[in-house]
Design a protein around this ligand. Structure first.
Ligand code: ADP
Ligand code: UDP
Length: 238
């Protein structure tokens, strides 16, 4: 597989063409951003951890019957994925109140919901990823009714698998963001990443944060948290 020109450089990853028009290479960086891009920094070793964690978790999703873009890991930071056209929706599933849910609705963090919630935001940096509902997504033709229904089904299935696995690692899955994409034949697959950048993960006993909130909130111990969460995954992912 030959790596060809870069097609996109995002905040956390670069995407490259390959000599197969259906495949891309994703390369994970140590760059971190938060607060709508206002806060910038580096989390040493993050790219390696996010690449390897995403791939192991994507493999679990495939095993559970959720189709993904994952093809194979190429190196510490690089992975071969199926090229998709990204559905411009950030799909957020929450089990416990935190982050914007807590601030938007004026509640404390840590309220355990009776059932998970799902919400969408319009993946559009210029508009600051505004929250939208399914009717808005349909009106804007971001996805069809069938695609939205399938995305919701997959997102809740991802939550079931992830929540159960992290529980085995002594970690509580608070919330996370997913992105889905369409293959050239229109098939919807899970794309992008599943990592401490995109999930809130708390130690089940101490509730210590083991995710990007340590960076967002200047809590210190950012690299240690990423290392610890990866160690727990590797120990339990046999
Ligand atoms: P951002 O665009 O938010 O800065 P990243 O730095 O993570 O995010 O960049 C990676 C980009 O690649 C994202 O825009 C993501 O939607 C996109 N992407 C992820 N998986 C695929 C894929 N399989 N095919 C095409 N694009 C993808
Ligand atoms: N999230 C993400 N990318 C975004 C926004 C949110 O990966 O652009 C993740 C975030 O890490 C958290 C979940 O989605 O796990 C819910 O985030 P929230 O809406 O509370 O916003 P945040 O406080 O993270 O900005």
């Amino acid at each position: 597989m030959r790596k060809l020109e870069e097609v996109y450089e995002g905040k956390a990853k670069k995407v490259f063409k390959t000599d197969d028009p259906q495949l891309f290479i994703v390369s994970y960086k140590d760059d971190a951003t938060a607060l709508d891009g206002l806060k910038k920094g580096t989390i040493l070793g993050k790219g390696v951890i996010n690449n390897q964690m995403t791939n192991r978790l994507m493999a679990k999703m495939e095993k559970a019957g959720i189709p993904t873009h994952f093809v194979r890991e190429l190196s510490e930071r690089e992975t071969l994925v199926k090229k998709v056209s990204i559905v411009p929706l950030e799909v957020i599933v929450r089990n416990i109140s935190a982050g914007h849910f807590a601030s938007r609705y004026g509640v404390e963090e840590g309220i355990v919901f009776d059932q998970p919630t799902i919400e969408f935001s319009y993946k559009n940096d210029a508009l600051h990823d505004p929250l939208l509902n399914e009717y808005h997504a349909l009106a804007l033709k971001l996805a069809t009714r069938e695609e939205i229904d399938l995305i919701k089904k997959y997102a809740f299935a991802v939550n079931d698998v992830l929540k159960a696995f992290w529980a085995e690692c002594g970690v509580t899955l608070v919330d996370f963001k997913l992105e889905f994409g369409k293959l050239s034949d229109g098939t919807i697959v899970l794309a992008d990443e599943i990592s401490p950048d995109t999930c809130r993960l708390w130690d089940s006993v101490t509730h210590e944060k083991l995710d990007k909130d340590r960076f967002r909130r200047d809590m210190g111990g950012v690299e240690d948290a990423y290392t610890e969460i990866m160690k727990r995954l590797v120990e339990h992912d046999q």
